[in-house]
Structure formats: C-alpha cells, structure tokens
Unconditional design. Sequence first.
Length: 244
Amino acid sequence: MEILKNREMLFVAIGILGATVMPHNLYLHSSIVQTRNFNRNDEGKAEAIKFATIDSTFALMFALFINGGILIVAAAAFHGSGHQDVAEIQEAYTLLSPVLGVGAASTLFAVALLASGQNSTLTGTLAGQIVMEGFLNIRLKPWLRRLITRLIAVVPAVCIIGWFGEGRTTDLLIWSQVILSMQLSFAVIPLLRFTDEKAKMGRFANPVWIRVLAWTSAVIIVVLNFKLLFDFFAPESWIKALGI
C-alpha cells in the first residue's frame, strides 16, 4: 500500500484520523450516556445505549464528512486549476474566492474554521471536566475549570507560534492531530476490553461482529501509529534494509 511507503502521506492520514475521532470524545460520549433520564433496568439501559449510539455515530460521521469535504474541495479547487502548491490555510482562504468564482467562499471558509475551533474547545473542556471529576476526583468551580483547561490548550500553541512564527501554524495543527491519533490506542483498547466482558456488561457486552470490527480497527490504528513512529525514529539504513 502506498500509504505505508510514503511517510508524508501516512503522516497526513494519521492526522486526519486523530482529528476525526479524537480520543477525549470517547470519554465524553461515555459520560453523556450516564446523564440521560432512563429507567435503571435492562429496558431503560438498552434505550440509553441506543440513543448514545445514535449520538456518537452522528458526531463521528459529521466530523468525517467535514474532513472529507475539505479534502475534496481542496483537490477540486486547487489541483485542477494549477495551484498544486497551495498547502497552507493562509493561502487557501485567499485563493478560494478567485478560484471558485464565489465571493463568499473565503468568508464561509473562515466561519467553518471558527465553528471547528469552537467545537474542539467545547468538547475538550467537557472531556477535561469528566476526566478530572471522574478519574481524578478533582472538583473545581466552573470558571476555574474552564480557565485551566483553556490555558492548557492555548498557552503551548501561543508559545510555539511565537517562537517559530505564524508560518508554522499548519505544522502545529497537523502535529496536534497526529498526537491525538497516537493517544487513540490508549482510549480505544481499554474501552473494548471493558465492553467485551460479560461479567461487567451482562447482556450488553459487545456481540461477536462488533468485536471483530472494533478490534480490527484498533489493530489498524496501532499498526499505522507504530509505522509512523518507526519511520521517524528508525535509522534510514534499517528502513532500506527492511524495504519499508
């Protein structure tokens, strides 16, 4: 497969995976299902799981649609018009309107980026609250919790941009998504182990077909992440000798 041989292609693919799934959203959706008002019997639990499945599926598919739409628009607008060198957000928004011939294209692109940023901020803050209260048993006032989580997210980004310059914004964005993908295995595998056990889940344990699909996806994620790490840290002589 070309994606396993081309390090740059694999790097971008891993970034898309991390941006679409985002490991902290697994904790977020797992907590949201507990806030539903449902009867604490098997029928009520089944109903809660059904709606939680709809919520998470819609959220992930919507994120996948947005990421896919960005790739398709970029390929259709720039590749076919002789602008193959457009690779930065700073270049993309200025060229969308003249290339597409739609005056509002750049504005819509900016609004979409703003909405995406707000969505990431909200989900990150809520997931941070869930982890702090559920795993660490740390309870803070809402304003203090939001301040801490926002500073943890914003300060490193501001420092890196201030040090390396605005031109490295795209690199920072992709690297953050790749790091999310690297963390994905640490959220997915425990989740699968937990939901596979009948001793904990009872009749709600994952059926065989879900186990097969889920563990196959988990293995693919782990293999791709390890391949990317190997490409970055292994000596070039090893890569050439192994032919990968």
